[in-house]
Design a protein around this ligand. Sequence first.
Ligand SMILES: Cc1cc2nc3c(=O)[nH]c(=O)nc-3n(C[C@H](O)[C@H](O)[C@H](O)COP(=O)(O)OP(=O)(O)OC[C@H]3O[C@@H](n4cnc5c(N)ncnc54)[C@H](O)[C@@H]3O)c2cc1C
Length: 397
Amino acid sequence: MTRLAQTVGLTDVQREIVSTVRDFVDREIIPNAQELEHSDTYPQQIVDAMREMGLFGLMIDEEYGGLGESLLTYALCVEELARGWMSVSGVINTHFIVAYMIRQHGTDEQKQRFLPRMATGEIRGAFSMSEPELGSDVAAIRTRGVRRPEGGYAITGQKMWLTNGGSSSLIAALVKTDEGADKPHRNLTAFLIEKPPGFGEVAAGLTIPGKLDKLGYKGIDTTELIFDGYVASDDDVLGNAPGRGFAQMMDGVEVGRVNVSARACGVALRAFELAVRYAQQRSTFGKPIADHQAIAFQLAEMATKVEAAHLMMVNAARLKDSGERNDVAAGMAKYLASEYCIEVTQQSFRIHGGYGYSKEYEIERLMRDAPFLLIGEGTSEIQKTIISKNLLHEYRL
Ligand SMILES: Cc1cc2nc3c(=O)[nH]c(=O)nc-3n(C[C@H](O)[C@H](O)[C@H](O)COP(=O)(O)OP(=O)(O)OC[C@H]3O[C@@H](n4cnc5c(N)ncnc54)[C@H](O)[C@@H]3O)c2cc1C
């Protein structure tokens, strides 16, 4: 069942990596996802196998021990992983953003310190901008880093919604510092904070309280983070560039948007696969429901949406790989793929009739996972704001 979501123009290496991940998903993830999800169990065995496959270093340069692959290769792997279980793609997502930010903005010392251990998955990254009072309005961040006379910063404040907050050992956190700038976002600094994995006060002044209970996206830990006078050194400032954190994190979020659209493509593709199979197995009024035009047309609509989302995601990834700005393309891909994912999972759910509501069928999980894609790396409203602002600028009269 590979007619949909094909990508033309891949190299042999890209094809091999993606097909290896696809086989792994079919063999190791799909058969176990429902049980792990319902028991909210961290997929340790799957994560260990992903480490062995080198997936944590997929986009990290070869000189630091990674595979040095492109954003496109990475996104196609994420699509495959999310097709199996969205939570598994979440395990590598924040890691990939943090590694990307260090590659783009880190000092040589920071690259040497973190990237080789990130490439093997020994260090795992989390990404923290959101706070209890803000998510979209990043410039309003309240967590404060105050310069200490003896050097470094004392950080105090509360962060919210850290994907991999407990399991990670390196957090890229955006914090307000006093740079004397009149624009709020110029007073934001990104810190690279190393900590042991786990919950509770894992370092002096740094507490990860526990896992947040969520509608879906289970198995993977999503947490708060409390700083209470945590001391970060000057060397922990990303790129040794106080006040540049907003731009650095937004660069990370931009590639993150391609990643979220890839996830939406994977979840939607799986919803289609389940629907097209079920529609041929289930009969009503003397024939398979796929032979009722109302159902066949839904399958046609779903497949078209899966294909359109995949093409936009691939386009956004290729644009970034070519060195061009891709904020509009990434925003469009993320917006379209996540909205279509909601529609396609809904359609698949309807095709499953009453069984779609049963926890024994995969579609109920996809229905609960899909809404997160409307939110992560910026809501649909925020994507539309980015797209329209840019286009109004370019098409200015
Ligand atoms: C499971 C999960 C994992 C997450 N992981 C992370 C993570 O790893 N790191 C991290 O930093 N964050 C993470 N987040 C947080 C996520 O990025 C935010 O939830 C998201 O950015 C939205 O912010 P908010 O929840 O504060 O909503 P708000 O910003 O309060 O928005 C509320 C509503 O208002 C709309 N809105 C806001 N501003 C505007 C505007 N200007 N115009 C029109 N509409 C607007 C929004 O679209 C939304 O519908 C995660 C969230 C979830 C649920």
